[in-house]
Design a protein around this ligand. Structure first.
Ligand SMILES: Cc1ncc(COP(=O)(O)O)c(C=O)c1O
Length: 364
């Protein structure tokens, strides 16, 4: 489905770490954090061991706790809601926009009564609607965590992904635009939140740095130096990595445009920079997605039904009951979306092969 782009610079920086004395909490992490802060236009970045860890740190740092209602989206990877459950907070799902698949601001207002925070997700690399969500959050006095795990390098109305709200979180799993292996980062402009996030990721140690004094409940969510080294090298060519992916997406869309029954991904005009994470087509209603996926698999083309909505996941059904039917757009897109193989070095030949296989599979 995806392939990381690892080059000589990544190898050289990892080797530099191996030859030095620091394998954790060293200079490479500092370099990485400075780069992430710059990429997101934020004052502070805190490297963590995964996007999920970063979201959990964010939830703890904002003190979202038992019974707190937090408006978010069910059209996401499960950890954007799980991070709330870790602390007993309650995800309240708003429906999504049918074009961007990001949370629909009108629905956010509709379901937001009694909420204390907003956790929007930048789905598939397209930043959510900062312009409309920000005033809604302000008016309601909500704290905001932007889950930008899929969107580093993107921009909404010229504002970088990760610049919305009290804090934002990135993820660097190998299928992402840039990777650290496992890894993530929390970004914020608030020095107090930054200090808190640093403490939470490092076993609740205080700012004084005493290794055996723990001033709060914390975690081992540190990002090691080897991972940070890969991240530093990837950040140096983030623009190039994003441009390559954009080019593949453009070629895919040109090739797939003529297939009946398939809608190519759409980018809102306010998205001034799309940071393509995955390439997800929408099949027409009435097309059997499972059958299409099976036909593609038979031709060695892997696909994923991105996303299976969170409120319909077995664990969520068990915990919150049957909420099917409550989010019509989320559920409709959840039934019809199909992610195709995608990374920045996909050749024209591969795109052509996938296109023909998909054309045959949908009978278009
Ligand atoms: C929207 C979203 N949130 C959170 C995460 C979690 O990131 P990680 O896998 O690094 O824990 C992901 C990762 O795929 C994601 O796509």
């Amino acid at each position: 489905m995806s392939a990381p782009d690892i080059g000589p610079r990544e190898r050289a920086l990892v080797s530099e770490v191996m030859s030095g004395g620091h394998l954790s909490m060293g200079p490479m992490l500092e370099r990485f954090e400075a780069g992430i802060a710059a990429a997101s236009g934020r004052k502070f970045a805190i490297g963590v061991s995964s996007g999920t860890a970063g979201l959990h740190v964010g939830v703890r740092a904002l003190d979202l706790t038992s019974g707190d209602r937090v408006v978010t989206t069910a059209f996401s990877f499960v950890s954007s809601a799980n991070c709330l459950l870790y602390e007993g907070a309650v995800p309240v799902f708003a429906d999504i926009d049918p074009i961007t698949y990001n949370v629909d601001p009108s629905s956010v207002e509709d379901v937001g009564k009694g909420a204390v925070a907003l956790l929007p997700v930048d789905v598939f690399g397209q930043p959510c609607d900062f312009t409309r969500l920000e005033p809604i959050a302000e008016r309601n006095g909500w704290r905001v965590i932007e889950d930008s795990c899929e969107a580093i390098g993107g921009a909404h109305a010229e504002r970088p992904a990760g610049s919305l709200g009290d804090l934002a979180v990135f993820a660097f799993y190998p299928n992402k635009q840039m990777t650290t292996g496992e890894g993530g980062a929390v970004v914020t402009d608030d020095p107090k939140l930054a200090a808190l996030a640093r403490s939470l990721r490092n076993q609740g140690r205080g700012e004084g740095g005493d290794w055996l004094t723990h001033v709060r409940l914390g975690y081992n969510y540190r990002l090691d130096e080897l991972s940070a080294a890969v991240g530093v090298a990837q950040l140096e060519r983030l623009d190039e990595l994003i441009a390559e992916r954009a080019d593949v997406a453009r070629r895919y869309s040109a090739a797939l445009a003529a297939i009946d029954g398939v809608t190519v991904p759409r980018v809102a005009k306010e998205t001034t920079r799309m940071s393509w994470f995955v390439y997800v087509v929408l099949l027409d209603r009435g097309v059997d997605r499972d059958a299409v996926a099976a036909k593609l698999a038979a031709r060695m083309v892997p696909t994923r039904p991105y996303f299976r909505p969170i409120h319909l996941q077995p664990y969520y059904r068990k915990r919150f009951g049957d909420l099917s039917g409550s989010l019509p757009v989320t559920e409709d897109v959840g039934r019809r979306a199909l992610a195709l193989p995608f990374h920045g070095r996909l050749s024209d030949e591969s795109i052509g092969y996938v296109t023909e296989a998909l054309r045959e599979a949908v009978g278009g």
